[in-house]
Design a protein around this ligand. Structure first.
Ligand code: 5GP
Length: 185
């Protein structure tokens, strides 16, 4: 964890919570586990845009197995609050029959997004379906989902950086920041 580094997005002040080196180390460990568990399988990573683009890129660079990657795009957030409704903006454009599918997500919060995606893939005859998330907020769960790989389990505070945004900003930051304070206009 880095101390003393803050950023401001709109009325929100954030402090560094997970530094880039810490994230990189954890992703290496996740990739090592996946490399060991999926050897010999027909492996497809399904990246959930937008938030997981950076995690997907870094994770996949550490995967040493033959694999494929595909993308779907969903949205559920506006500001620092989930709208609850999952909108599919770009759907799955390929067959997944017989593939061991690993869904790559930035953060599992209420669980609604993962639940909705898993339900939509259920009848597509994948050999297996697993979830790999960089961040997990277990306190926020409203819908139960099985998450096989978790980078970091974190408390219930809004985060940005490393792919995660606040109203479109912050995705480019290499560290992950946690909300510290919101000014009231
Ligand atoms: P869920 O459907 O599990 O409630 O939320 C999943 C999605 O909400 C994530 O893919 C992410 O886009 C967004 N989300 C949840 N918590 C946070 C957070 O703390 N920060 C940001 N930037 N997005 C979040």
């Amino acid at each position: 964890m880095k101390d003393g580094q803050e950023i401001v997005i709109g009325l929100h002040r954030f402090e560094v919570y997970l530094a880039a080196q810490e994230i990189e180390k954890r992703i290496e460990a996740l990739a090592e586990t996946i490399n060991a568990e999926y050897a010999g399988k027909k492996l497809l990573f399904l990246s959930i845009l937008n938030g997981s683009f950076m995690f997907t890129a870094d994770l996949l660079k550490k995967i040493s197995l033959p694999c494929e990657v595909s993308f779907v795009k969903v949205s559920s957030y506006s500001g620092t609050d989930s709208s609850g409704a999952i909108k599919e903006l770009i759907g799955l454009d390929r067959e997944i029959v017989g593939y061991d599918v690993v869904i790559v997500e930035d953060i599992v919060d209420t669980g609604r997004t993962m639940d909705s995606i898993c339900k939509s893939l259920k009848d597509k005859q994948a050999a297996s379906l697993s979830i790999c998330t960089l961040l997990d907020k277990p306190e926020r769960r409203e819908v139960e989902v099985q998450v096989k790989y978790i980078g970091f389990s974190i408390p219930d505070r809004f985060v940005v950086g490393y792919g995660l945004d606040l109203d479109g900003f912050g995705r480019n930051l290499p560290d992950i920041y946690q909300l510290k304070h919101t000014e009231h206009a």
